[in-house]
Ligand binder design. Sequence first.
Ligand SMILES: Nc1ncnc2c1ncn2[C@@H]1O[C@H](COP(=O)(O)OP(=O)(O)OP(=O)(O)O)[C@@H](O)[C@H]1O
Ligand SMILES: [Mg+2]
Length: 358
Amino acid sequence: MHLAHLRLRDFRNYARLDVDFSPGFHLLLGDNAQGKTNILEAIYLMATLRSFRGVGSAQMIRHGAKGYFVGGKIIGQGEREIKMFWSSRERNLTLDAQPVKKLADYFGALRTVVFCTEDLQLIKGTARARRRFLDLLLAQTQPGYLPLLQRYMHSVRARNALLKQRSADDAALESFSLELVKLGNELIRARRELVPKFSPLARLAYRRISNDAEELRIEYSPSVKNDFAIELLNSRVREKTFRATLVGPHRDDVQLLLNEKSAAQFGSEGQKRTLAIALKMAQAEFLAGINGSAPILLIDDVMGELDVKRRSGLLPLLENARKTSGQVFMTCTEENWPRELGKDLQRWEVKTGTLHKQ
Ligand SMILES: Nc1ncnc2c1ncn2[C@@H]1O[C@H](COP(=O)(O)OP(=O)(O)OP(=O)(O)O)[C@@H](O)[C@H]1O
Ligand SMILES: [Mg+2]
């Protein structure tokens, strides 16, 4: 799969951009604050309808403009065309000139994996970041997962709303619990099955990047230990104190262990960064394995974060991704682009919201 054309109008610091990309390795070079990350953000936005910077759409509209347009032509098994327009008044998303009605039909038209500094939250951040990572992997590979997750979260919110009422009626709570347990058990099963499939890929990626410096182990750490229904019942008294649902997959976590020690608590900065990159590398491989074609890799500023040894461990992985996948976009400031990457990369100069082939 590769992005063959990108069109931006009033997106971040790009007033107008029309650019053709071939498959292969693209290096976006430029000084700080020129618009390198903005390009990756636009591509990721088409793939996921979100910014990887965790901001809302209003912030992506170019200052002074009314709305942004992001469009792309994607070549995979066939050719697909995405067009999205967003303003405070109007939102419009089409795939192959048809309005998108069901998001499940849309996701998959363009698949990307992003590597960015925010990935460190996977290690340093709260359990929520790790749950989102699992959920994204499952949503990208199992068609029914996203609707299931949405129904479960809806049921958590409804149950919490009931618990917040002064006189929470036990019978009503009971019926909410039934739904919660049914959906929750499905989520738990999907996550439990995913981790052992994903974990060897991450372990291997970590080994390669770190040159076997330490061993990674990933362990699913569910909130429900045995029986959801029983544990929910046992938490009833505490639930009434806290007025919230205290057990269930919305409280799951994933343990990331380096040589059997928590990476968050004991890892060095470099180890945490290596781990974040390894998780993303593994995500890309996992998606490629299931979908039969590799996702587009969007790599923002990660090279500068690694020491020379770890860099040289990462480069072959990138090279491999380029060979098998088709397309990699990587941002760099002029000084730190890895010359080791070889000749057949395509260099682009990014300067104040313009892109020029070098
Ligand atoms: N909504 C917006 N409208 C106009 N300009 C914006 C908007 N949002 C961000 N910018 C501008 O975009 C530029 C930042 O772009 P970007 O984050 O892509 O930089 P970069 O090239 O990745 O820089 P760095 O090397 O520092 O990461 C800044 O000049 C910023 O002011
Ligand atoms: Mg940037």
